[in-house]
Design a protein around this ligand. Structure first.
Ligand code: ADE
Length: 242
């Protein structure tokens, strides 16, 4: 495989459907990528197979304990070389973007650490020095969905993972950082809405020009939305304040 993912999680079964359909399934079958799941409970030492505990100092929720997690990562890294880059999924991490995804896709091995409950004992971070990855400024109930996001976004950049009829090169956030242009397929007319004529003209230079203009327009629009002050609780897409 061109890249190996090792996922450390309390819920390895959550990845079942994700890995058994579509692009990821095909990439695994064709041995372009490898995904190994490891149940953190395997490294629980005490009699209750406990991997989380109540926070010192009080407060709600449970904290992932350092000993099982640190020992799990070390054991998994020792399974095979290279040790791999360790990523810990947490909303307090650095926001993932396509540029970071492109750099991750150059790694031979990624170790993905999924948190649950209120988070990781800080000594896990100190000892393993993982890169902290957030997939966005909202809180999920665990790092499993974020780990799937990383595996998906990285895998589709691995040569051969996308089919001939797909391409990562023309996606949003390409080299210029532009959003993708609009797409249309059959039927030509649907509920009174027609396909822009240029796309059926056969004029490829004109089509390329139109798509670029659309991509620029969309990117400018998105940028405006991002920097204008927001009306609290206004529905998305509502008019910006004057
Ligand atoms: N765990 C919980 N929420 C998360 C987020 N937004 N990104 C990464 N890991 C998380």
């Amino acid at each position: 495989p061109l890249i190996r993912f090792d996922v450390l999680t309390l819920f390895p079964n959550l990845f079942e459907g994700f890995l058994s359909e579509s692009i990821l399934k095909r990439a695994l079958e064709r041995n372009l990528i490898a995904v190994h799941r490891h149940d953190l409970r395997t490294w629980a030492s005490n009699k209750h197979h406990q991997v989380d505990d109540r926070p010192f100092g009080g407060g709600p929720g449970m904290v992932l304990m350092a000993p099982p997690v640190v020992e799990a990562v070390e054991a998994v890294q020792a399974l095979t070389a290279p040790p791999g880059l360790v990523l810990a999924m947490t909303p307090s991490g650095r926001r993932l973007d396509q540029e970071w995804v492109r750099r991750l896709a150059t790694q031979p091995r990624l170790i993905l650490l999924c948190g649950r409950y209120e988070g990781f004992d800080e000594r896990i971070i100190e000892l393993l020095q993982p890169k902290l990855v957030s997939i966005g400024d909202y809180v999920l109930s665990g790092g499993e969905v974020p780990a799937m996001v990383v595996i998906d976004a990285v895998s589709r950049l691995i040569p051969g993972v996308l089919g001939d009829d797909q391409s990562a090169a023309e996606d949003s956030f390409g080299p210029e950082g532009l959003l993708d242009h609009p797409h249309y397929t059959r039927p030509r007319l649907y509920r009174g809405l027609s396909v822009p004529e240029v796309l059926t003209s056969g004029n490829h230079a004109e089509i390329a020009r139109w798509r670029r203009e659309q991509a620029l327009q969309r990117t400018r629009q998105r940028f405006r939305e991002a920097v204008l002050p927001t009306i609290p609780n206004a529905p998305y897409g509502s008019a910006p304040p004057a």
